[in-house]
Design a protein around this ligand. Structure first.
Ligand code: UD1
Length: 416
């Protein structure tokens, strides 16, 4: 919480070991409720959304122990199948518990989810798929009540490769009767990580990372041990933070193969990259070049989550860059704040045109959602003078100790 205060102009250079992925840890922690016994999840990032997930698990009756990034979940005392409204409102990904709880209890009651205000974010695809698997769903007074005497394996086609819907169906399918196929499934690396954990729990899952996932239902799952994959969005955010200041950065504990679309853009902007299996070394030029057009798309396309941090990067690049946001309808909320800092950005519908300026100036700005907040941090690192960012609770949803990592690389950033 509090405010982040950044004195711009210092080069961000050094080494960062990247945290575990928020978007992988949440569905994996939800999956632990399906185990008979104890699961041990390593490399869990220290984030507010993980605190909330921890609370959901405890309210369901699970024993949870969290120490040094290792979360141990013991499901033997699980006695509830409801998630109350206050927790559902705080975190959109709590909807992922739906598939896992139905799978275990054949009943689940959750309220409509909340989350960052980046768009309408309906859950129709989740509910349609679960209905096809035999779940009776009643939507009453903001609550979703689900019962399933029998969970049937089914052939599910998603109208859009939704990450959350793919995960929910996977969770519901692993202990369903028969075979489930998900076509037009999301291909994000976080889906592959979830598939790995489910397989280690005894599930039969094939095809994750492709558009068709096949799951053969099993009778029961056991607890398992798993290490969460690195956070590719956090990794790209730190690369952007270093690039905008002309710094040199070494990222460790990353998987460059999951980051191709983002690394491709960075190269187009003129940075030099050296990639090894779990390491990226980046050297940035004095001034970055603009990018022709960045279109956000489902994986392996350019991720919507890094659109705003990379927009911050282009504000000071030489030339004009264009962004087209195809995933969420309200993901340009950072534009007004970047404009306050002197950026030249015009938005029309789903497109934003950024004309690079020579200088940004420090200002008082407000983070209105997670990645838009990270964009403001990046801009502030290169701006002249001091920037004060409020709304840091959004940034803390996805970045573990952002100021600590950046300070260790020479940034003048502090929290008050
Ligand atoms: C996940 C990520 C989020 C990322 C997003 C897209 C987590 C915790 N969050 O969110 O960081 O930005 O993927 O990569 O993993 N949609 C529907 N109906 C549905 C479901 C989705 O219309 O039932 C629409 C959404 O409104 C959105 C698009 O599909 O426009 C993509 O959403 P989805 O892939 O489901 O994103 P999330 O799983 O919410």
């Amino acid at each position: 919480m509090g405010k982040l205060i950044i004195d711009g102009g210092a080069r961000v250079s050094g080494e960062i070991r990247v945290q575990g992925a928020k978007n992988a840890v949440l569905p994996i922690l939800a999956a632990t409720v399906m185990a008979d016994g104890e699961s041990v999840i390593k490399n869990c990032p220290d984030l507010r959304d993980v605190d909330k997930t921890d609370l959901v698990l405890k309210r369901l009756g699970c024993g949870v122990n969290r120490e040094n990034g290792i979360v141990t979940v013991d499901t033997r005392g699980m006695c509830d199948c409801r998630i109350c409204e206050d927790l559902m409102r705080e975190m959109r990904s709590s909807i992922i518990f739906l598939g896992a709880i139905i799978s275990r209890c054949r009943r689940a009651v959750v309220s409509m989810p909340g989350g960052c205000p980046i768009g309408l974010r309906p859950i129709d695809l989740h509910l349609k798929a679960l209905r096809e698997m035999g779940v009776d769903i009643q939507e009453e007074h903001g609550y979703i009540k689900c019962t399933a005497d029998v969970l049937r394996g089914s052939s599910i086609h998603l109208d859009f490769p939704s990450v959350g819907a793919t995960e929910n169906v996977m969770l519901a399918a692993v202990c369903a009767e028969g075979i489930t196929t998900i076509s037009n499934a999301a291909r994000e690396p976080e889906i592959v990580d979830l598939g790995r954990f489910l397989t280690d729990m005894g599930a039969k899952v094939q095809g994750t990372g492709t558009s068709v996932i096949t799951i053969e239902g099993v009778d029961r799952l056991h607890g398992a041990e798993h290490t969460i994959m690195p956070d590719r969005i956090v990794a790209a955010t730190y690369l952007a933070a270093s690039a905008i200041t002309g710094g040199e950065l070494c990222l460790r504990g990353v998987n460059p193969a999951d980051m191709r679309a983002m690394l491709h853009v960075l190269k187009e902007m003129g940075v030099k990259l050296k990639c090894e299996s779990d390491k990226i070394i980046q050297t940035a030029p004095e001034r970055l070049k603009s990018v022709h057009t960045i279109r956000t798309l489902p994986y392996p396309g350019f991720p919507t989550d890094i659109q705003s941090p990379f927009m911050a990067l282009t504000t000071m690049a030489k030339g004009t860059s264009v962004f087209v946001e195809n995933i969420f309808e309200n993901r340009f909320q950072h534009v007004d704040e970047l404009t306050r800092m002197g950026a030249d950005i015009k938005v029309e519908g789903r497109s934003a045109v950024v004309r690079g300026v020579k200088e940004l100036q420090g200002a008082n700005v407000v983070a209105r959602e997670l990645r838009g907040g990270a964009a403001l941090v990046i801009a502030a690192l290169a701006a002249s003078g001091t920037t004060t960012i409020s709304g840091t609770e959004f940034i803390d949803r996805g970045y573990e100790n952002i100021e600590k990592y950046l300070q260790s690389c020479g940034a003048k950033i502090r929290r008050e």
